[in-house]
Write a protein that binds this ligand. Structure first.
Ligand SMILES: [Zn+2]
Length: 134
């Protein structure tokens, strides 16, 4: 589960190698909102990657593409750049997103469910009111 946050950027340039495939190369960076797998709180991860796409126009071309290039299929003569970039960013998402250190003042309760012994904030407020009254 991840949400790509606005503000990402990408720089791409395209060229054609002599007797080679059309290549799109560039850099991309984007932030994504995910859930920290250690403390289960929201964490923002920075995704950074470089692109080296080889544009292919058929499944057959994809098979024969230079292994160093990531094949991107051009459908109906169009490269859906935004879609392709989003796909690339999704690939960069960490499998186990985590804070560098989960020092957000919240640690997982080792025994969840036992809330009866905890003082409810409302009880604290009630106690304060009683103190003021006396
Ligand atoms: Zn965390």
């Amino acid at each position: 589960m991840a949400t790509l946050l606005p503000g990402g950027w990408a720089t791409v340039r395209g060229f054609k190698e002599p007797y080679g495939p059309r290549v799109v190369s560039g850099e991309l960076q984007c932030e994504a909102g995910m859930i920290c797998q250690r403390c289960l709180q929201a964490v923002t991860v920075t995704l950074k990657g470089s692109i080296r796409w080889g544009l292919v126009f058929s499944e057959r071309e994809m098979q024969s593409l230079d292994q160093r290039l990531d094949p991107v299929l051009v459908e109906e003569g169009q490269l859906f750049l935004r879609q392709a970039l989003e796909d690339e960013m999704v690939l960069l998402l960490p499998i186990m997103p985590m804070h560098d250190s989960c020092d957000n003042g919240w640690t997982p309760d080792p025994e969840p469910g036992d809330v009866s012994e905890k003082t409810s904030p409302f009880a604290v407020l009630a106690a304060l009111k009683n103190e003021q009254r006396s």
